[in-house]
Write a protein that binds this ligand. Structure first.
Ligand code: PMP
Length: 314
């Protein structure tokens, strides 16, 4: 949370450069039109050293986002994964956040980014909880935003592009201004979409419910992991559209995402969710999630990419 702490080096266009040298010019196309794509990835401490959680899935999504925006990455999936592993190792990162980005750089400011060079970089820095340690335990307070999540016919929601985050920024600014921690955005149909940077799950009568791509959400990599974990725990799960009213009827609500991990929601507007604290199903899923990312669940070891091992990923 908050200010980014400076570390030694950043991987930029194929080499490691000192933190302060990883710069771009004011006329970069992406700065004006948002024509970049990015990822958010976490690394965690385990008994076998630092591991990057689902590095392969995140880099695959980056490659896919780049294809949507016709950004020529010049680096293979394998090269990007190895660069991220080496970045963590060089900067001696443990519990950290890793931010790959690829964007149209400096050449022209025509809207069509023809012939703009594509800059590819990966930065990483130590990072704790996104909505605070207290949020993970006690839950956060959210409001339903007046800002709607854009429909996938307007901007492909499968991609994670820089410019599309103005939608999220407006929603979270509104929520913070009204004293809430985070916003929930409805989609163009008026159903629940997601948070400004996270997916949403609800629990009703012991059943887990979440939406999917039809609701114009970003298909979160944490969301997918939680669905697998819940199924393995024999928690029934329904994947379908979620009506706004269901937020008020739910026994438990929680967010999932790389930044928020698994964060309970204790209030929606002036409505208290369940007992107003982290619910039992949320708590057990959250505990398994943290055991998984810290390497304590052998059945999910495929999701961990150890910095010391540098296994071939692609
Ligand atoms: N939705 C949005 C809009 C996001 O920005 C994110 C964070 N990438 C998520 C959902 C959760 O995705 P993930 O679990 O892959 O981090």
């Amino acid at each position: 949370m908050g200010a980014i702490p400076k570390v030694d080096s950043i991987w930029m266009d194929g080499e490691f450069v000192p933190w302060d040298s990883a710069q771009t010019h004011i006329t970069a196309h992406c700065l004006h039109y948002g024509t970049g794509v990015f990822e958010g990835i976490r690394s965690y401490e385990t008994d076998n050293g630092t591991s990057i959680f689902r590095l392969d899935a995140h880099m695959r999504r980056l490659v896919n986002s780049a294809a949507i925006y016709r950004l020529d990455l010049s680096y293979s999936l394998e090269e990007l994964c190895q660069a991220a592993l080496e970045l963590v190792s060089r900067n001696k990162l443990v519990n950290a956040y890793i931010r790959p980005i690829a964007f149209n750089g400096v050449y022209s400011l025509d809207v069509w980014p023809k012939d703009c060079p594509v800059v590819v970089a990966i930065a990483g820095w130590p990072r704790g909880e996104y909505l605070g340690a207290q949020g993970l335990e006690e839950g956060v307070r959210v409001m339903v935003s007046s800002i709607r999540r854009f429909h996938s016919s307007m901007i492909p929601t499968a991609g994670k592009a820089c410019g599309q985050y103005v939608n999220s920024v407006l929603a979270v600014q509104e929520a913070q201004q009204q004293g809430f921690d985070e916003a929930i955005l409805l989609n163009m149909e008026g159903n629940v979409a997601e948070g400004s940077g996270e997916n949403l799950f609800l629990v009703k009568n012991g059943k887990l419910v979440t939406n999917d791509a039809d609701a114009s959400i970003l298909m979160g990599i944490t969301r997918e992991a939680i669905i697998k974990i819940a199924r393995d725990m024999s928690i029934p799960i329904e994947i379908r559209n979620v009506k706004e009213a269901e937020l008020l009827e739910a026994d438990e609500l929680f967010f999932t995402g790389t930044a928020v991990e698994v964060t309970p929601i204790r209030q929606v507007g002036d409505h208290t969710v369940g007992d107003g604290k982290r619910g039992p199903i949320t708590e057990s899923i959250q505990a398994t999630f943290f055991d998984t990312v810290h390497g304590r669940c052998p059945q999910y070891s495929d999701w961990l990419f150890y910095v010391s091992e540098r296994q071939v990923i692609a």
